[in-house]
Write a protein that binds this ligand. Structure first.
Ligand code: HAM
Length: 424
């Protein structure tokens, strides 16, 4: 049999309650802070992503790129920020009150080596604020991300923050960093050595134990910020304190995309020991507009991987059975089955979650199904009930049952359903 492609996964009904909780928490938290939903295409012109994310980044190398039948060069989106930015310009959002605040949820595609928490199709929730240079917007977004983790049930996600400067102070810092790394090349792993020229900032991100002493002693960009970047950083930190948002400074924190300037951050799950997969990250990207050939507009945002959020939730999800209903209608015989269908139709129209037995199963088998689906009420139509134009309405928790006329069955069922709700 054909299987799903490596690195993709089906969301099956038993994990849907957890997914729904994630989607609902994201919507509530984002909209609660004035972010409006944007839906973006699954694919865009390849050049949008190459220019936005940077030519030498992993994200760029891992793109699913293809030529369509019309000869256009397209890529499945590896991330959402570039598309939000494109949409901002394409739809003239510069004339709206700034910053324009947008949020999105959906699949992203990266040709990565699949492992725990790393997929070729993953889902992200992201928020972007475009059109403000104010460092307090950075702080508000970091706090929003933390609020989302708490809302969804991850109490202890830890924020780590850094500044990576801008086009004024970063070049001089990089000269010093490269000189330092070259001096210690022999003490670094193969990947670090390879990155020294191509993407020296990313060397700081290496997790190989042998590289740590050299990298911990490397020059820090936080000590080399120009005055405007320093002011921005101080204000950002002030903002986090005003929001009472805990954070740790990690002077080695860099991100895997080239568009960041100044503020960067990541959230880690607070797991003792073990490799910690980053829950999500963000930062300011004031240089992105220029990279995609647009007029200068500042922006800041974050996104979080939702499969990683789910991994941190699973232990505490013990929700309803998949396809949970309130009412199950069991019947015996072809004519009674038709009567059951008519009642089911009335319940569906009335918005009462309901289902019924099909395929002539025994009454016992149908009642087992009712139980497995979490039904509180069973409606039973046997030969006797059919003759009497009636049905048995049974409370499956207490065992109480009553006969009800078909003519008024909806009212009886509705009363039984509300009587079976736990009183709060
Ligand atoms: P990113 O760090 O590349 O940033 O991805 C954001 C999050 O997506 C990661 O922290 C991780 O949770 C999740 N993620 C990434 N790749 C995978 C994967 N292969 N499998 C599972 N989860 C994954 C961005 O994408 C930026 N657009 C974030 C941003 C928004 N910055 C500013 N605004």
């Amino acid at each position: 049999m054909i299987q799903s492609p490596r690195g993709t996964q089906d969301i099956l009904p038993d994990t849907w309650p957890a997914w729904r909780r994630i989607f609902e928490a994201a919507t509530r938290v984002a909209e609660g802070a004035g972010y409006a939903r944007i839906e973006l295409p699954m694919f865009e012109s390849t050049s949008l992503f190459t220019h936005a994310t940077g030519e030498h980044t992993d994200v760029n190398r891992e793109m699913y790129t293809f030529e369509d039948r019309g000869g256009d060069q397209l890529s499945l989106r590896p991330e959402g920020t570039a598309s939000v930015f494109r949409a901002y310009f394409q739809h003239g959002m510069k004339v709206r009150p700034q910053p324009v605040r947008l949020y999105y949820m959906g699949s992203m595609f990266r040709y990565e080596r699949p492992q725990k928490g790393r997929f070729r199709e993953h889902r992200q929730f992201g928020c972007e604020a475009i059109g403000s240079s104010d460092a307090l917007v950075d702080a508000s977004l970091l706090a929003l991300q933390g609020r989302f983790y708490r809302a969804v049930g991850i109490a202890n996600a830890k924020a780590t923050v850094n500044s990576i400067g801008d086009e004024n102070c970063r070049p001089a810092y990089l000269v010093d960093l490269v000189a330092y790394l070259r001096l210690h090349e022999d003490e670094l792993c193969g990947q670090c050595r390879e990155r020294i020229e191509r993407n020296p900032l990313r060397v700081l991100d290496c997790k190989v134990p042998g590289c740590q002493p050299v990298l911990n002693a490397a020059p820090r960009i936080l000590d080399r910020l120009c005055d405007p970047c320093r002011l921005h950083w101080d204000r950002f930190v002030e903002g986090l304190r005003a929001l009472d948002t805990p954070f740790e400074i990690n002077p080695r924190l860099v991100r895997g995309l080239d568009y960041y300037t100044r503020t960067v951050w990541e959230f880690l799950p607070d797991e003792p020991g073990g490799a910690q997969a980053v829950l999500g990250g963000g930062g300011r990207y004031d240089a992105l507009a220029q990279a995609i050939g647009a007029p200068p507009v500042p922006g800041v945002g974050f996104s979080t991987g939702l499969e990683r959020v789910l991994l941190n939730l699973q232990s505490e999800m013990n929700g309803d059975p998949p396809g949970k209903i309130d009412v199950f209608i069991a019947s015996v015989g072809a004519e009674a089955e038709l009567q059951a269908l008519a009642i089911a139709g009335q319940l569906w129209d009335a918005g009462i979650p309901a289902d019924m037995g099909f395929d002539n199963r025994s009454l016992g088998a149908q009642l087992k199904q009712a139980d497995a689906r979490g039904a509180k009420i069973a409606v039973i139509i046997g030969e006797t009930e059919l003759e009497q134009h009636a049905a048995l309405v049974k409370n499956l928790t207490t065992g109480d049952q009553q006969q009800a006329a078909i003519a008024s069955i909806l009212t009886t069922i509705r009363e039984s359903v509300s009587a079976s709700q736990p009183s709060t």
